[in-house]
Design a protein around this ligand. Structure first.
Ligand SMILES: C[S@@+](CC[C@H](N)C(=O)[O-])C[C@H]1O[C@@H](n2cnc3c(N)ncnc32)[C@H](O)[C@@H]1O
Length: 253
């Protein structure tokens, strides 16, 4: 499972890490976030045990798919457009979008198992069957998504990594944006929400370098949330603490 492939702290240089790999052949991908909180409720343990496997998008992990065979998306969603949410947190936005858009199939990625358990609780209460979950790092999913297979991607309040020396851990770096650009179809929409001004700077600087155009004609385009928006847990915290959300929309060239 994904737990064994992730390293909590970066004691090694990136250069050394890039040369390392796991016994399965998986490259060594540092993950600096949290994988598990203190406590899972008994009901959440049950959701994880009973529901998670059935919601798998297919073999994503290296030990199950060492040759990185692409996922069979046709059999997963019957040819529906594929929408991807990266780091769905508690899953409120993912469930909202999946309910509003039964014409699309959704894959959500989230390594924080407490967040996965929260999403599973919400999925039990919904009618649609258009969400699949990768309970791990989106970089592993990128490996097995066919080129140009994703029609929309959401990156909502990615980890801010405020210290300058940690900026290279941010999602908006070549390590993530190159494979994201590969899996997005031409014309696909990529939405980024963040409350961190320096994250806005880095996003606007780096994302267009990877084959995206920022769709912005007036300040309202980044100040106002999207029409189909539902505020996430992280956004609620940011608002309580007086930070200002920015809503950035890109189109894959
Ligand atoms: C600040 S939280 C925001 C969560 C949620 N989107 C929200 O707005 O409430 C960022 C989330 O991204 C997840 N994340 C970080 N790196 C990731 C990666 N490589 N793949 C998938 N998710 C990742 C973290 O585990 C964390 O839950």
């Amino acid at each position: 499972m994904f737990f064994c492939r992730m390293k909590k702290t970066g004691q090694m240089s990136d250069k050394k890490d890039n040369m390392r790999e796991h016994a399965s052949g998986a490259p060594w991908r540092n993950f600096y976030g949290r994988l598990k909180g203190k406590h899972l409720r008994a009901s959440q343990e049950t959701y994880l045990k009973e529901d998670l496997a059935a919601l798998s998008p297919g073999p994503v992990d290296w030990d199950m798919n060492p040759t990185r065979k692409p996922l069979d998306l046709k059999s997963l969603f019957g040819g529906k457009p594929l929408w991807l949410e990266i780091g769905f947190g508690g899953g409120e936005h993912l469930v909202h979008q999946a309910q509003q858009n039964p014409q699309a199939g959704f894959i959500g990625c989230e390594p924080y198992i407490n967040g996965v358990a929260m999403l599973l609780g919400k999925i039990r209460a919904m009618q649609n069957d258009n969400i699949r979950i990768h309970p791990g790092d989106v970089r592993d999913l990128f490996d097995v998504l066919p080129e140009a297979s994703v029609d929309r991607a959401f990156l909502l309040y990615p980890d801010p990594w405020p210290k300058k020396r940690h900026h290279r851990r941010r999602f908006v770096t070549a390590e993530h944006l190159e494979p994201l650009a590969r899996v997005l179809a031409p014309g696909a929409i990529f939405r980024v929400a963040t409350d961190i001004p320096d994250y806005v700077r880095q996003t606007l600087e780096t994302v267009p370098k990877h084959g995206f155009t920022w769709l912005c004609e007036s300040p309202d385009d980044w100040r106002k949330p999207w029409d189909d928006w539902i505020s996430t847990r992280y956004e609620q915290k940011a608002l309580r603490e007086g930070r200002v959300p920015h809503y950035l929309t890109f189109r894959r060239d």
